[in-house]
Design a protein around this ligand. Structure first.
Ligand SMILES: [Mn+2]
Length: 209
């Protein structure tokens, strides 16, 4: 899959199912909302078809979000959508408000997030997403989103635990987003679990189409 443009985001994902499985339980989605873009990476607990089903329920719930729902509402809706699911899922979400130039992100469980903020000198400062232990559908932690100012060139990455957590180190950061995603999958995939990485770069606002 190549890079996709949604709102102010250029993004690409790369993933693999656990060795021996045909279906991955890791899913991602990037959707345009009224004043920004919402991104999610969900990891259904376990692997194979039941895990994929749980992750799909989360994704479908996010997909039905319209307008500009507060991030916490979206998470609570995902939680409710899995009440009767035998698995549950973990997920991290990021909402980019294009008008304000702010990203708000939040994680339930262990989908890791890194925000690479480009400095004036062409280097990057790294912020990590604060993860709260919990499982959508079972146990919701106290939800504590954090907010960062982002500018064009900044990169946000969400990755499931099928990838080693040093995934944001030694990145070909100036490469195209799909090359960054492929690089992470090649370098960091454990093979013992489903793996998915979503790489997003903030770009200049296009004029209205
Ligand atoms: Mn996993």
């Amino acid at each position: 899959m190549g890079a996709v443009r949604t709102g102010n985001l250029e993004w690409a994902a790369a993933g693999a199912s656990r060795r021996g499985d045909t279906e991955s339980g890791d899913r991602c989605l990037v959707v345009p909302l009224s004043s920004g873009t919402l991104a999610i990476v969900a990891d259904g607990l376990g692997h194979g078809e039941p895990a994929a089903r749980a992750a799909n329920r989360v994704i479908n719930t996010v997909e039905s979000a319209t307008g500009e729902p507060p991030l916490l509402d979206v998470v609570r809706r995902c939680h409710a959508a899995l009440f009767d699911d035998s698995r549950g899922a973990v997920a991290s979400l990021a909402y980019h408000n294009a008008n304000q130039g702010l990203v708000t992100w939040l994680g339930v469980g262990n989908v890791e997030g890194r925000l690479l903020l480009r400095t004036a000198h062409g280097r990057y400062l790294q912020e990590s997403l604060l993860l709260r232990p919990g499982i959508l559908g079972r146990q919701l932690p106290r939800l504590q989103p954090s907010v960062h100012r982002v500018t064009p060139g900044d990169v946000l990455i969400l990755a499931t635990d099928g990838l080693s957590s040093d995934f944001a180190d030694h990145l070909p950061i100036d490469a195209h987003v799909d090359d960054i995603a492929k690089d992470i999958l090649t370098r960091c995939c454990k093979g013992t679990d489903d793996a998915l990485v979503l790489v997003m770069r903030y770009v200049e606002h296009a004029s209205c189409r």
